[in-house]
Design a binder for this molecule. Structure first.
Ligand code: FAD
Length: 313
């Protein structure tokens, strides 16, 4: 069976859950082959093998961190040329989508972004217009290149050999057009990563810029903090925390929306959460149409009570 290349999303070898989801999908399409770029392979190898990577193509060098994503796209294009894979899977992150687009141009292939399922023959399912329609699509030219939204499936372990093959590849000068000048280290909040958390507590315009009760409740239950676009656009919370159509997709066990009206673009990023709770002082807020539990009330009263109750347990 031909390889299915999976670009590994990691930080210093700590592999993100989205990669384990892609490896799980790849098993149904061919031989999962992880593409690991950068440092930390020793830390990642066992995890990648545990989730089904038969091979791990490894490339390292300063050019992959010193420049924006073009070297990654060039490396993947080289692997497409040398290994003739059945297809390439990448996470639907900002970087993943840009790499996919560049790779598609380099390999003269079709690209599909934001798939929520990939079936036999790389038949994809996309959820479009904020989840209003489901579209089936398939690449008809070149090597199928597909980005998959995080949390589209649950990762399943399936131990494989995880044999490492070092890739001998020189990144061209053309790919070194945009140098990274500075990386901002995120202040360590101690909270789980938004797309990987099993509980997410999000605040919206109803917080009026005061996220303290949202954060206090999140910390009491070990949750990540999310935000609506209204809260992000107002500068109250970073864009990296935005949930929705133009933010991140989350699918936790529990999603708590505080002071969020439930616009369709917000729903697009959280409606697949297992249990949804909303706190809103307007009993006609659209968010109440999709919740499992709704609390009609002021978040500045309800959240501190919930925090106290959670802390007491
Ligand atoms: P509002 O709609 O203003 O709702 C605030 C809610 O808080 C109200 O329901 C109110 O009753 C309640 N409230 C007020 N005070 C309190 C209180 N003290 N206690 C309890 N409740 C209170 N939005 C996203 O979130 N994510 C996206 O990715 C996104 N992408 C978009 C893409 C496009 C192309 C467009 C056009 C829009 C997008 N939006 C997105 C914006 C979206 O349409 C809404 O404007 C936004 O989600 C509204 O945010 P909100 O619910 O926080 O604010």
């Amino acid at each position: 069976m031909a390889d299915v290349l999976v670009l590994v999303d990691h930080t210093d070898g700590k592999v993100r859950k989205s990669t384990l989801e892609l490896l799980t999908i790849a098993r149904g399409l061919g031989t999962p082959a992880a593409v690991f770029v950068g440092d930390g392979l020793d830390a990642a190898q066992a995890t990648l093998a545990e989730y089904g990577a038969e091979k791990i193509y490894a490339a390292s060098g300063p050019e992959y961190s010193e420049f924006l994503v073009a070297p990654h796209a060039e490396l993947l294009a080289h692997l497409v040329g040398t290994t003739a894979p059945a297809g390439v899977l990448l996470p639907s992150s900002f970087d993943g989508k840009e790499i996919a687009a560049r790779l598609a141009i380099k390999t003269e292939s079709g690209v599909i972004t934001d798939a929520v399922a990939v079936g036999a023959g790389f038949e994809t399912t996309q959820s479009v217009f904020a989840g209003s329609y489901t579209v089936g699509a398939r690449v008809t030219k070149g090597t199928p290149i597909v980005t998959v939204k995080p949390n589209s499936i649950s990762p399943e372990a399936a131990p494989a050999t995880g044999t490492v093959e070092n890739v001998d590849f020189q990144v061209s000068d053309a790919a070194k057009g945009a140098r990274v000048a500075k990386r901002e280290e995120k202040a360590a909040s101690g909270r789980p990563e938004l797309t990987e958390a099993s509980i997410v507590v999000s605040g919206g315009r109803g917080t009026n810029g005061d996220f303290a009760p949202v954060e206090a409740f999140a910390d009491a239950v070990g949750a990540a903090v999310g935000a609506s676009r209204a809260a992000v656009d107002a500068g109250w919370y970073p864009h990296s925390s935005q949930v929705g159509q133009t933010g991140k997709t989350v699918s936790p066990q529990l999603y708590v929306a505080a002071g969020i009206s439930g616009a369709i673009q917000h729903r697009a990023g959280m409606q697949t959460s297992k249990t949804i709770v909303a706190i809103n002082k307007d009993d006609e807020a659209p968010i109440f149409e999709l919740v499992d539990y709704g609390v009609v009330g002021d978040l500045f009263t309800v959240l501190p009570q919930a925090t106290e109750a959670a802390a007491a347990r």
